[in-house]
Design a protein around this ligand. Structure first.
Ligand SMILES: CC(C)(COP(=O)(O)OP(=O)(O)OC[C@H]1O[C@@H](n2cnc3c(N)ncnc32)[C@H](O)[C@@H]1O)[C@@H](O)C(=O)NCCC(=O)NCCS
Ligand SMILES: Nc1ncnc2c1ncn2[C@@H]1O[C@H](COP(=O)(O)OP(=O)(O)OP(=O)(O)O)[C@@H](O)[C@H]1O
Length: 199
């Protein structure tokens, strides 16, 4: 069956996945945003809210999942995180398949998958793009987010494949330590190469 070339976009916390995925979308490439799907499933009326409430009592309310509370419950506890992942990841995988069949005629699609290497998703994509910036820039950006603490940042970093490994396993690296304009130019050049079949 004909299917598009699948580009997997990944990178560690705050490296710029969402920002760079939006640049690919601006180039006309359909983007599957795993994180946005998780938000959808966890919001008020979201399909996973009841199951999350029963596994993690007190972490949901009238507005769906309270992500801060749930994050505080799982990021420092690998068993709890694994339990949450066993609820969330199958639902995301199902939507990814649906997305792929909706875009079966596209030449290329991009999957924005934060845990591409951690969960083995790299085996299901044709080309791997990693977003990456120097550690200090990453850390400063993440710590500037409301509600973020150095402790939470360290916990999350410890759960993710490190940046050097990601870079080593990438087909292409998009540097995000520079200006947004520079990064956008690099995305444009990469898309041009991919479209021309040169990469
Ligand atoms: C625990 C939750 C509610 C916390 O939400 P919150 O808005 O506070 O944080 P956010 O989602 O922005 O994540 C912050 C950082 O942690 C990373 N992260 C999220 N889940 C995981 C995980 N299971 N393992 C490693 N890193 C993770 C994100 O990629 C991001 O870099 C949320 O992250 C969640 O539901 N995670 C489980 C689902 C999941 O694995 N999502 C990420 C891939 S789709
Ligand atoms: N050259 C650049 N490329 C990408 N992002 C940049 C760049 N310069 C500054 N930024 C900023 O860095 C931040 C990156 O955040 P973004 O949400 O895209 O990262 P993420 O990898 O999706 O994060 P998370 O893993 O937490 O979901 C944004 O605020 C973005 O504006």
């Amino acid at each position: 069956m004909k299917r598009p070339r699948i580009i997997g976009l990944t990178g560690s916390i705050g490296m710029g996945k969402s920002t760079v995925a939006a640049m690919f979308a601006d180039e006309g490439i359909p983007v599957f945003d795993a994180d946005a799907v998780v938000h959808e499933l966890q919001k008020e009326g979201g399909a996973l809210v009841p199951e999350i409430e029963s596994a993690f009592p007190g972490t949901t309310g009238a507005r769906g999942v309270d992500r801060k509370a749930l994050g505080a419950a799982v990021f420092g506890d690998r068993d709890k995180l694994a339990r949450l992942e066993s609820i969330v990841h199958p639902a995301v995988a199902k939507q990814r398949l649906a997305f792929l069949s909706e875009h079966a005629d596209a030449d290329m699609v991009l999957f924005d998958i934060p845990l591409l290497f951690e969960k083995g998703g790299h085996n299901g994509v044709d080309t791997i793009v990693v977003v990456s910036s120097p550690y200090n820039i990453q850390r400063d950006r993440v710590l500037a987010r409301p509600g973020m603490t150095a402790e939470k940042f360290d916990q999350i970093i410890a759960l993710q494949t490190n940046d050097a490994d990601k870079r080593a396993r990438a087909d292409f690296i998009i540097e995000t330590g520079q200006s947004l304009d520079e990064t956008r130019r690099n995305v444009h050049e990469l898309v041009k190469k991919l479209r021309a079949g040169l990469a």
